[in-house]
Write a protein that binds this ligand. Structure first.
Ligand code: FAD
Length: 457
């Protein structure tokens, strides 16, 4: 979704006089992957911006349609033969269905004597390239991060320039207006599109909020994080560009110096970590937990409790506020993602996959790798996960990270007159037309620990 620092586009343009950009609409696959309507709308608005940028380079952007990723293969082959395509350039995607598609395209095109050039644009080190001393893949973040820095070479952070203008072509780009209408969304205005927008925004973020990021990032009432995730996941900006910018505001350093910026960099590396995980341990893309014994946890099937969690009506204000933020904006603060995920998987002892799916259905930044990583971390089933006996108490979290209840009141208007002393757990919620807690926090915590402990032993 970008012309700057896009390896496939960059190298294709270096080696070819005429270039066509292809985008696939995979309606059925998107439904199967539970991609949120707000996210699809966001992709397509960015696609429109991309088309405008490509037009300046004489590169037509053509939209093709195929139900699934599998169907993409033959549609792309037919298009390539019909248009006498000599070479195909693409950036790899790591989740399992995407990877299978990419591998099959590679083989099929080679068989048909079309050149195929595969690039990596999502992470700095190619997944599979970082190994432990014993030659294994990393499953713990801190040693992964140490290795990530140890292996980093300067040239890996070179930004690939916007390509030069190509020769004009007879083929014209697809008119996107109907597609944009089909996928319009009420929240679109909250999330402006385009690479220029996000580049300026990150620049401002680092300039004005980078230094305080570490101390403020956990307080959801404060706008202290970058809100970069929708853009970086859709590829509107590269993680490399973000890291280069971080260096620029930190005396050319990434892992030392300004504590706020260093911490922000470490969060971007969590994203890289989960991309390596999904590539190296494909079972996590197959509805399986990373820690095998947790397959046997007897999750409860309480449809009513799950529904209340989904609607933000559990009677635990901080949990409900987090869910309602997501339903109203398509995004949720990281601290809240952890709180609501632990509440669902531990206090309600509901299968984390229900939550994983619901997040994908609603998040503008819904991402198979990071979402799976975050859910499995919270449910104590994943790589480097929270130990099962360390369960966050939502009320304590609320007191600590939303002390005056500002975030709660923003998203739960019913509680606007609730006094500060009671906002985290109102003693008489009905007077505000707000529900009573659906579960006792202490008892349900103890129950979850007992269940995990019994299954583990
Ligand atoms: C249960 C759960 C589900 C999650 N689902 C997603 C998801 O679907 N998509 C997604 O992008 N992130 C997900 N996260 C991670 C994190 O919550 C978001 O990346 C972050 O809130 C995005 O906001 P930001 O851009 O302001 O982040 P900032 O704090 O500004 O961080 C900068 C960037 O670092 C990366 N990052 C930060 N924290 C994490 C993390 N814990 N894991 C991976 N990458 C991180 C993101 O790309 C983020 O944009 C999830 C976390 C949890 C606990």
């Amino acid at each position: 979704m970008r012309v700057l620092d896009n390896p496939a586009l960059h190298y294709c343009c270096l080696n070819s006089d005429e270039v066509i950009a292809i985008y696939f609409l995979n309606r059925k696959q998107w439904m199967e992957h539970n991609d949120a309507p707000i996210k699809i709308n966001f992709w397509l608005r960015n696609l429109e911006c991309l088309q405008n940028e490509l037009k300046k380079l004489n590169i037509p952007l053509v939209v093709l349609e195929a139900d699934t990723y599998r169907d993409t293969i033959s549609v792309l082959k037919d298009f390539s033969i019909k248009n006498d395509v000599k070479n195909l350039y693409f950036n790899v995607e790591y989740p399992i269905n995407e990877l299978e598609r990419d591998r099959e395209i590679y083989t099929l095109f080679k068989e048909n004597n079309i050149g195929v050039f595969v690039h990596h644009d999502q992470v700095i080190h190619e997944p599979g390239s970082l190994k432990t001393q014993t030659g294994n893949n990393f499953s713990v973040y801190s040693p992964f991060k140490r290795k990530w820095f140890a292996e980093l070479q300067d040239k890996q952070l070179d930004i690939l320039e916007i390509p030069h203008k190509k020769e004009a072509m007879a083929i014209s780009g697809t008119d996107l207006s109907e597609i944009l209408d089909e996928f319009s969304h009420d929240y679109a205005e909250q999330w402006p599109a385009g690479e220029q927008y996000i580049q300026n925004y990150i620049d401002e973020f680092l300039k004005f909020k980078g230094t305080t990021y570490k101390v403020k990032r956990n307080f959801p009432a404060i706008d202290a994080t970058a809100k970069l995730s929708p853009y970086i996941n859709a590829g509107v900006v590269s993680s490399k560009w973000c890291l280069v910018k971080a260096k620029e505001y930190n005396n050319d350093l990434l892992d030392d110096g300004n504590k706020g910026i260093v911490h922000w960099v470490s969060e971007i590396l969590w994203r890289e970590f989960y991309r390596h995980i999904i590539y190296n341990f494909p079972k996590v893309s197959k509805n399986l937990p990373f820690i095998d014994y947790t397959k046997n946890i007897p999750w409860k099937k309480d449809a009513e409790a799950l529904q209340k969690w989904k609607e933000g009506k559990t009677g635990i204000p901080i949990v409900d506020a987090g869910i309602r933020e997501m339903l109203a904006t398509g995004w949720m603060h990281n601290r809240l993602r952890m709180i609501v995920a632990m509440f669902l998987s531990k206090n309600l002892l509901t299968n984390w996959q229900e939550g994983e799916k619901y997040f994908m259905e609603n998040l503008i930044d819904g991402d198979i790798a990071s979402n799976n990583g975050g859910w499995q971390w919270s449910a104590s089933t994943g790589t480097d996960a929270a130990p099962y006996f360390r369960i966050m108490n939502p009320e304590t979290q609320s007191i600590k990270f939303d002390p005056q209840g500002k975030y709660i009141k923003r998203w739960i208007p019913e509680l606007k007159d609730c006094p500060e002393a009671e906002i985290h757990m109102p003693s008489n919620p009905e007077q505000y037309n707000y529900p009573k807690p659906i579960v006792d926090l202490k008892e349900s915590r103890k129950n979850a620990i007992d269940v995990f402990s019994a299954i583990k032993s």
